[in-house]
Unconditional design. Structure first.
Length: 331
């Protein structure tokens, strides 16, 4: 069995353009993607990944700065991104992908806690404890200040100048090819599953089911192929729950739901999800994720099912950098 917990960078191509790097920090893997500008859009020029050190995450979100720093350093070493690139960092877990909703009437300021709390289903103490970022016309993203602050310190200590820190659900959505109409996206990460509802590629609502505690099972499977059927069942059930929420909110009777993440191809997850969905719902694994980018980096047939779903979040973070979207959680 080939160890697929590490994605080594054997696809590097030279580039002299301005480059943009996306780093996806998840409970199983830390993945890096680099894109540069081309005549027809961003070009994927490098990618790589390294296992997230055991203990770096706790309760579904980053918790240990030293372990996290080691994992990021290893992923950057495998990828060897171009010096001077802008860097967007996507972070997995419910703590940093809590809610994205249309703004409340009146477009409240950052200090208008009572209005925000009522609109977003939080209390004023939570609003005070979380960093918030209002994006005109798109809603509010929140993340706990201690977690965001720790990530910033880790990146700074590793000499990684970071332009933005964003929830993984938002970044993964940006990695999808142009998708008109309404669709859903599930990012299955072992400890959690994040579901995003999109309209014309714009993320409307992000929800996470956490507490699955299956990162170790996914890590073991990537390393030596051992399968835990109970882990597959719990990840498939959480994916099904989020998929049903997506279907319930969707304004159209049929639905496309894309599936990505480190555990997207874990045996039993896709099959369980397909078996639970109505006939008018199409479940699509994100495979040839680089195909819609006219870049020199191409995934082989074998890599489409293994690397493609795992690369989506980092690719989306890099694409946000290339588009000039620098909205960030400050911490």
């Amino acid at each position: 069995m080939t160890d697929t917990s590490v994605i080594d960078n054997d696809h590097t191509v030279p580039t002299t353009d301005t480059t943009h790097v996306g780093i996806a920090i998840g409970p199983v893997t830390i993945t890096v993607a680099e894109v540069s500008h081309g005549p027809h859009g961003p070009l994927l020029t490098r990618f790589g990944a390294a296992p997230t050190p055991v203990g770096a995450f706790s309760g579904g979100h980053p918790a240990d700065a030293d372990m996290l720093g080691r994992g990021i350093a290893a992923a950057m070493m495998f990828t060897n991104p171009t010096p001077g690139s802008t860097v967007h960092v996507a972070v997995s877990g419910p703590a940093v992908s809590r809610t994205v909703k249309p703004e409340p009437t009146g477009n409240p300021t950052r200090d208008d806690r009572a209005t925000k709390a009522a609109h977003y289903g939080l209390n004023e103490r939570q609003i005070a404890a979380y960093d918030t970022k209002l994006q005109p016309g798109k809603g509010m993203t929140i993340g706990p200040k201690p977690v965001i602050g720790m990530i910033r310190e880790v990146l700074a200590s590793g000499n990684i100048p970071t332009t933005a820190i964003i929830p993984a659900g938002i970044a993964a959505a940006a990695g999808l090819p142009p998708t008109p109409g309404t669709c859903g996206l599930l990012v299955v990460e072992g400890d959690s599953v994040t579901g995003t509802i999109l309209a014309d590629n714009d993320p409307l609502i992000v929800r996470t089911i956490d507490g699955l505690g299956r990162a170790d099972a996914v890590r073991t499977w990537l390393r030596d192929g051992r399968i835990d059927t109970s882990a597959a069942s719990s990840m498939a059930k959480a994916s099904e729950d989020l998929a049903r929420r997506i279907i319930g909110i969707s304004p159209v009777p049929g639905q496309r739901i894309y599936v990505a993440g480190d555990a997207a191809t874990y045996p039993g997850v896709i099959d369980g999800l397909n078996a639970a969905m109505p006939d008018n719902v199409s479940i699509q694994l994100v495979e040839g994720v680089a195909d819609h980018i006219a870049g020199p980096v191409a995934l082989t047939d074998d890599e489409r099912a293994t690397v493609g779903p795992r690369l989506l979040t980092a690719l989306g973070a890099a694409r946000l950098g290339a588009s000039g979207n620098n909205a960030t959680l400050r911490g």
